[in-house]
Write a protein that binds this ligand. Structure first.
Ligand SMILES: C[S@@+](CC[C@H](N)C(=O)[O-])C[C@H]1O[C@@H](n2cnc3c(N)ncnc32)[C@H](O)[C@@H]1O
Length: 274
């Protein structure tokens, strides 16, 4: 299918799935590949025939919804924000938790893909905050709608391409080579629990001190979906807790309860009296 045909199709279909076209602009080649496979499976000649198929067989929308999921992730993705979490946010959360005698600092990685994001948090905590480590543990709940990705996450084995943003020392101390792949050390896999959840239907109970919801709701969901997810996150964040969104994401106007941190636009804090 030509690019204009693909774009016209996505502009027609995405809003019907509660998704937004601008989020897909850069990743549309991935969707095209999956759409072409689906056309072959169904024996359809072109995207116009697939559009007719969606109209005639509404159950096909669920298949398309799955085809439109983008699962790109990497360890330490957008390293500036992880540096800031390591230097400022995590030590602050550790201190607050130990002052109030909390059992753990609690985090939620929403749309965790194959575990790259929650495991990054884990090893920053274990390897980079030695003083806090003895005081209070970090617990991470990681959720994603795609069970296949979660299986890979539980396994903890990754190709080199997933690790390219990691500083060398972290790569060497956190992973062991396993053939062509790298396996995360067992002690760093502990403390992360993975659950299959569609964020538009169910969210973990909370409360959380830190939530990462990056490159999911704000990039791909329409405004109603974004607001629904942000409401759920706000309800689960403790007063003074943090939300991290993607490096190129900004919250829709009028979201109350969360204040942007002046030096880090992707970091939001819930009102201390929230
Ligand atoms: C682009 S990846 C982002 C991964 C990671 N947060 C990051 O920024 O590197 C988006 C993830 O969200 C998941 N996802 C998509 N729709 C979802 C939904 N409705 N509920 C939960 N997860 C979803 C996808 O399966 C995918 O793993």
């Amino acid at each position: 299918m030509s690019d204009p045909e693909l774009v016209a199709f996505l502009r027609w279909a995405l809003p019907r799935l509660g998704l937004r076209w601008p989020g897909y602009r850069k990743v549309r080649a991935r969707v095209r590949k999956k759409l072409n496979e689906r056309l072959r499976e169904l024996g359809l000649p072109d995207i116009a025939a697939y559009q007719d198929c969606l109209v005639a067989h509404p159950q096909e929308w669920a298949v398309l919804d799955e085809l439109c999921r983008i699962s790109i992730s990497r360890f330490h993705r957008d390293r500036d924000i992880f540096d800031h979490l390591r230097r400022v946010v995590l030590p602050g959360l550790a201190e607050r938790a130990s002052e109030r005698g909390a059992e753990a600092v609690r985090c939620w990685s929403a749309g965790c893909a194959s575990g790259e994001e929650p495991y990054t948090l884990r090893f920053l905590w274990e390897r980079e905050l030695p003083a806090e480590r003895g005081r209070v543990p970090l617990r991470v709940v990681a959720t994603d709608v795609d069970e296949r990705l979660l299986e890979r996450a539980r396994e903890g084995r990754y190709p080199a391409s997933s690790l390219k943003e990691l500083p060398r020392e972290l790569l060497q101390t956190a992973f062991v080579r396993d053939g062509e792949q790298f396996r995360l050390r067992d002690e760093l896999r502990a403390g992360v629990e993975f659950h299959r959840q569609d964020i538009l239907e169910v969210m973990p109970a909370g409360p959380f001190d830190l939530v990462l919801c990056r490159n999911l709701a704000i990039t791909y969901f329409d405004e109603e979906g974004q607001r629904e997810v942000l409401r759920g996150i706000d309800e689960r964040l403790v007063a003074g807790g943090y939300l991290v969104v993607g490096a190129h994401e900004s919250l829709p106007v009028g979201v109350s309860g969360l204040v942007s941190c002046p030096t880090r636009p992707e970091l939001w804090q819930k009102h201390a009296d929230g």
